[in-house]
Design a protein around this ligand. Sequence first.
Ligand SMILES: CC(C)(COP(=O)(O)OP(=O)(O)OC[C@H]1O[C@@H](n2cnc3c(N)ncnc32)[C@H](O)[C@@H]1OP(=O)(O)O)[C@@H](O)C(=O)NCCC(=O)NCCS
Length: 157
Amino acid sequence: MPETKTAVLVRPANIHDVIYIYDLVESYAHMGNLLPRPMSELYRHLRDFFVVVKNDKVVGCGALEIFTETLGEVRSLVVAEDQIGQGFGKKLVRYIIEEASVIGLKQIMALTYAPEFFHTLGFRTVKKDTLPEKVWGICIKCYKFNNCDETAVVIDI
Ligand SMILES: CC(C)(COP(=O)(O)OP(=O)(O)OC[C@H]1O[C@@H](n2cnc3c(N)ncnc32)[C@H](O)[C@@H]1OP(=O)(O)O)[C@@H](O)C(=O)NCCC(=O)NCCS
């Protein structure tokens, strides 16, 4: 029997990926790990998104949202539950860092329950109040605003 080779790639998301991105984010949002993103918001922010595709199937996603001239955020980073631990999360974040660098950003942040994952990529943990744009721009709309238990991590690029 011919050997089947696994093909994995990271690429910018397209309109056909939205339903898969929605499902991936939902799968963790209901556990409280990620903020839910309605379909309408995913369409509006589609150009922020990248997907990891394994054998033509979307198995992970992540977004790069730009806040200021220097700062961007990794958001909605998810690898499908049955695909974790294969390096796909790392691949996605490396791709996002490269994109951020091409755009000209100087720093990327994330708010996360998995800081150790980000540490493996060179991010460091910082106090949330060192990130005012994020805190006052987006967090103020979050239901966890007064009770945020996520860790802020940043990387200089
Ligand atoms: C966090 C997540 C994206 C990691 O994806 P992944 O494909 O499993 O990660 P990788 O296989 O690329 O792991 C890379 C490294 O991080 C480590 N790692 C992965 N997930 C980790 C976690 N939750 N906690 C601590 N370390 C973790 C791995 O052990 C690996 O270490 P190594 O390079 O020394 O071997 C994935 O577990 C996920 O989708 N989690 C739920 C959603 C979430 O919390 N997203 C982050 C919100 S910002």
